[in-house]
Design a protein around this ligand. Structure first.
Ligand code: PGA
Length: 321
């Protein structure tokens, strides 16, 4: 009996040592962080800006998108990506009613002040949007920062309002040509992101879903527009990696794992694969290419299929080890 009890204690002690050893704990943590990384759902937003100005043009684009989206296989493509469409405010209701139910609708903005109240003429509140079935909002776009005078503080207030009221945000950040030439890229991006992040919950047990509803869109302003030099994929990968690292150190590991970082600016069917191959790219925000349903679905297919190929290659090299 005595020797049986002794063996039991030795086994118990060995198990305790094993469970408390750093290696064991860190191997569990490594596993969970890598599975979190792999479980980030791909994301693609299309930003219509002011390109569509009549209800009939909006209807025609929705019809062609519905048609092209319906032809993508749900099991292999559609279920692997979250797609959101961002029309101008005036078409939101119409689009939500007509768009394929598995495509989300987002706005291009919300309230333009940090102090919403019912006495403000022409403002659009988060509740108005939620009540229409809108679930995402674009914030911080370079058009609004550079042409319409929005600053980091206002964008951060709007981000907080949207997140508090249950919407998801697509936060665009990006440096200008001049800032890049002066070597200020990371400082600019960290200020744009950091000002917003400081207003949001850190992510973790109680507010775990918050950073699932924050999508970053890195848009190098210098690389956008006709005639601009495109951002090389290696540079996009480096910047996205630095942004995730910034989230990890200034917000939390949970936020860094959950937040999708998308690439933005002149993405089209020809260059999509080069960006989709980057491990730090979780999707795209597209402007012009999103106004053509065939181009849009070509980008979606490329994104999903490229990521699947990379995951399969990683799986097979892991199983060979
Ligand atoms: P683009 O626009 O894809 O036409 O460059 C993207 C955006 O600015 O949102």
């Amino acid at each position: 009996m005595k020797s049986f009890a002794f063996v039991n204690s030795v086994v118990l002690l060995a198990l305790l040592l094993l469970f408390s050893s750093n290696n064991f704990v860190s191997s569990i943590m490594d596993d969970s962080s890598s599975s979190n990384t792999n479980s980030r759902m791909l994301f693609l937003a299309t930003n219509w800006k002011c390109s569509i100005e009549s209800p009939s043009d909006a209807d025609a684009l929705v019809e062609s998108m519905n048609d092209a989206w319906s032809k993508l296989d749900p099991a292999s493509i559609r279920n692997s990506i979250q797609l959101t469409v961002h029309p101008p405010y005036v078409f939101l209701d119409r689009i939500r009613q007509k768009l394929h139910p598995s495509i989300a609708v987002g706005s291009q903005n919300i309230y333009d002040s940090a102090a919403p109240n019912r006495g403000n003429t022409a403002a659009t509140t988060t509740n108005m949007l939620s009540n229409l079935g809108v679930s995402w909002v674009l914030l911080g776009h370079s058009d609004r920062r550079n042409n319409l005078g929005e600053d980091d503080d206002l964008i951060a207030e709007k981000a907080m309002m949207a997140i508090q009221d249950g919407l998801g945000i697509v936060l665009t950040i990006g440096e200008t040509k001049e800032q890049r030439a002066n070597g200020e890229t990371l400082a600019v991006l960290e200020k744009q992101l950091g000002t917003v992040a400081a207003k949001l919950p850190k992510g973790g047990d109680d507010d775990n879903d918050v950073w699932n509803r924050v999508v970053l869109a890195y848009e190098p302003v210098w690389a956008v527009g006709d005639g601009a030099i495109p951002c090389a994929p290696a540079e996009a990968q480096r910047i996205h990696g630095a942004l995730r690292e910034f989230l990890q150190t200034t917000v939390s590991a949970a936020a860094a794992n959950a937040c999708r970082i998308t690439y933005t600016g002149s993405v089209n069917p020809e260059n999509a694969e080069g960006y989709a191959e980057l491990s730090e790219v979780d999707g795209f925000v597209v402007g012009r290419a999103g106004l053509d349903a065939a181009k849009l679905t070509s980008i979606i297919r490329t994104l999903v299929e490229t990521k699947k190929k990379l995951a399969a290659a990683a799986d097979s090299s892991n199983s060979e080890l």
